[in-house]
Design a binder for this molecule. Structure first.
Ligand SMILES: C[S@@+](CC[C@H](N)C(=O)[O-])C[C@H]1O[C@@H](n2cnc3c(N)ncnc32)[C@H](O)[C@@H]1O
Length: 200
C-alpha cells in the first residue's frame, strides 16, 4: 500500500482507523515519511499504539489521535499527503478531501482497498488489493464501466477477455467479489453511489 503510494521523506501519512499503529510504524520505519498520524476510536488500541510508538522511539514523528476520524480537524488533515482509508461507509470522504485538499500544488494520494471500494474515487493506479486516487483528482466524473473495469478485474477474475465485458458482466463479477469477501449486502449501495458520480 505504501509502495503503491510511493511514500517517502516528504510525506505525511495518515491512517483512518489505525488499529495497533501497524501502518503508522511501517510508514515511519520502512518508508521514512517525515510524519505519520493514526486516528483511532478504540481506547485500548489507542493506548497500545502509543506504547508501541514510545517503545520504538517513534513518538516524535508518530502520533495517534483519539476519536472518530470523521471529527479530525481540517487543519490536521490539510497537512496529510497520503491517506489510507480501509473502512466501510462514509460516502462523504471524497467530498471532504476535495474541500480540505484544495491546494493543487501538493501531490496527494488516497489509498483504499478491495474490501471497501470507494465509488467516488477513480482508481488512477492499482496494485491489487490496493487502489490509489490522486488529489487533485484526475477524474471526478467517469463512466461506471471505467471504474468497474479497474476495481472488478482483479488478477483472479473469472472474466478473461478484456474486450468483451458488458457492464452487466462487470456488475456480476463485482457481486461475486463482494460475495467472496462477504460484503454482498453492500452492492446496491455501491451502485447508488457510483451512479451519482458516473456519467453514462
Ligand atoms: C481493521 S482495523 C485496521 C487497522 C489498520 N488501519 C490496518 O490496516 O491494519 C480498523 C480500526 O479502525 C478503528 N475504527 C473503526 N471506526 C473508526 C472511526 N470511525 N474512527 C476511528 N477509528 C475507527 C477500529 O477501532 C479498528 O482499530
Amino acid at each position: 500500500m505504501l509502495t503503491l503510494a510511493k511514500a517517502g521523506k516528504d510525506d505525511v501519512f495518515c491512517d483512518f482507523g489505525s488499529g495497533f499503529a501497524q501502518n503508522v510504524i511501517l510508514a515511519l520505519n520502512e518508508f521514512g515519511v517525515k510524519k505519520a498520524i493514526g486516528i483511532e476510536s478504540d481506547d485500548t488500541r489507542l493506548w497500545r499504539s502509543r506504547m508501541r510508538l514510545e517503545e520504538l522511539g517513534l513518538h516524535k514523528k508518530g502520533r495517534i489521535i483519539f476519536g472518530p476520524f470523521e471529527d479530525l480537524e481540517d487543519a490536521v488533515l490539510s497537512k496529510v499527503t497520503i491517506l489510507f482509508y480501509g473502512l466501510s461507509g462514509w460516502d462523504e470522504l471524497v467530498s471532504r478531501l476535495q474541500r480540505v485538499w484544495k491546494d493543487t500544488k501538493t501531490h496527494r494520494r488516497l489509498i483504499w482497498n478491495d474490501w471497501h471500494p470507494i465509488p467516488e474515487a477513480f482508481p488512477d493506479e492499482v496494485d491489487y488489493p490496493f487502489f490509489l486516487t490522486y488529489f487533485p483528482q484526475t477524474r471526478k466524473k467517469y463512466p461506471e464501466r471505467d471504474w468497474l473495469m479497474r476495481v472488478v478485474l482483479q488478477p483472479e477474475t473469472m472474466i478473461k477477455d478484456s474486450t468483451k465485458r458488458t457492464q452487466k458482466e462487470l456488475w456480476e463479477e463485482f457481486s461475486h467479489n463482494m460475495d467472496v469477501l462477504q460484503f454482498r449486502d453492500d452492492l446496491m449501495e455501491y451502485r447508488r453511489r457510483l451512479r451519482k458520480v458516473a456519467h453514462p
